[in-house]
Design a protein around this ligand. Structure first.
Ligand code: ADP
Length: 309
């Protein structure tokens, strides 16, 4: 497996507290306001990172942050996530938690970001999610498809080398990359290479503009704040075909219909999306095989077969 579970130094109290002291010092420096992480509460059940809500425990002036932890050698993953969050925030199209600081404390890499009080979405907030995502997708790049940094999808490397042609980018840096990795992990994908050769046909006539995409937009990475503001979390940012985001919203439980209606009326999708959706989601299913193994190989093979029919 690519992803190894990160173990917090929970058994070593001095190390654990030294880590939080260092993170607190970095937060204080980044905000120019003294902060001490007196309370640390584990949140979420992320299979890749550990996440904590930390607060100063002040009854009157409570201040909280969201902190992700992983092994020290995973710092570049957090750095890329922070840069993606910052880039999305800078577009002022859709809310993301603002990244604050990142580094290594004791033997843990950390990423500190703004704490968001998450609530439940209303019809209006999901419509706004659709409109805001469409606005983000209108942000384009003159460099083509790719990004300034490589990043990760889950914990698998995601290569973002600038490429002028979408079919070439998706074939080489998305599908081809995951397929090679999946074969190295012992997966059998008898029609995988045939699918790669068929990509120019499957994407014939489709000329997407490079859009700023979230890159990992399953339902766990979209939320609504208590103030009913839609937010997207945990991006694997790059410039790609915007349909990759729409496709993934349908992969593990669809978003509410209000989202799709608002997106379509803001920025209609091109004909042929339903078929490309399967192709784009195959990338994530192969990645799930690479991260978790199991039945994802069979699911990938049946997606490949349906695309080649
Ligand atoms: P991971 O990288 O481990 O998958 P996520 O960024 O997806 O972590 O966060 C895990 C969960 O924590 C999310 O599903 C969400 O419920 C919550 N969460 C994420 N970011 C924040 C934040 N900035 N403030 C509050 N809760 C958050």
């Amino acid at each position: 497996m690519v992803g190894e579970t990160y173990a917090l130094p929970l058994g070593d109290r001095p190390l654990y507290f030294a880590m939080w002291n260092q993170i607190s010092a970095h937060i204080s420096q980044a905000t120019a306001v003294e902060f001490v992480a007196r309370h640390q509460r584990p949140v979420g059940g992320g299979s890749i990172n550990r996440a904590y809500a930390v607060s100063n425990g002040d009854a009157v002036n409570a201040v909280s942050y969201f902190v992700k932890l992983n092994r020290a050698d995973q710092l570049s993953m957090f750095e890329a996530e922070a840069k993606g969050l910052q880039q999305i925030a800078d577009t002022q199209t859709i809310r993301v938690p603002r990244p604050l600081c990142w580094g290594v404390a004791e033997s843990s890499a950390y990423l500190v970001m703004e704490w968001l009080d998450l609530g439940y979405g209303t019809h209006r907030s999901w419509e706004e999610m659709g409109r805001n995502l469409a606005a983000m997708h209108r942000v384009t790049s003159s460099h083509g498809f790719g990004w300034e940094h490589d990043n990760t999808i889950g914990s698998t490397p995601q290569i973002n080398a600038w490429t002028a042609d979408w079919t070439e980018f998706f074939g080489t840096h998305r599908l081809g990359y995951q397929l090679t990795l999946a074969k190295q992990q012992g997966g059998s994908f008898p029609e995988g290479d045939r699918l790669l050769s068929a990509l120019p046909d499957l994407l014939a006539g489709h000329r997407p503009q490079p859009s700023l995409v979230h890159g990992d937009l399953w339902s766990g990475n979209a939320a609504v704040t208590k103030l009913e503001e839609p937010v997207i979390l945990d991006p694997a940012t790059y410039f790609g075909d915007r349909e990759v985001d729409l496709a993934m919203t349908e992969l593990f439980g669809r978003f509410p219909n209000d989202f799709y209606r608002a997106y379509q009326s803001s920025f209609p999708l091109a004909p042929g999306y339903e078929r490309r959706k399967v192709l784009y989601n195959l990338y994530h299913i192969l990645n799930h095989f690479n991260l978790f193994g199991g039945g994802y190989a069979a699911q990938a093979n049946s997606m490949i077969a349906s695309l080649l029919r």
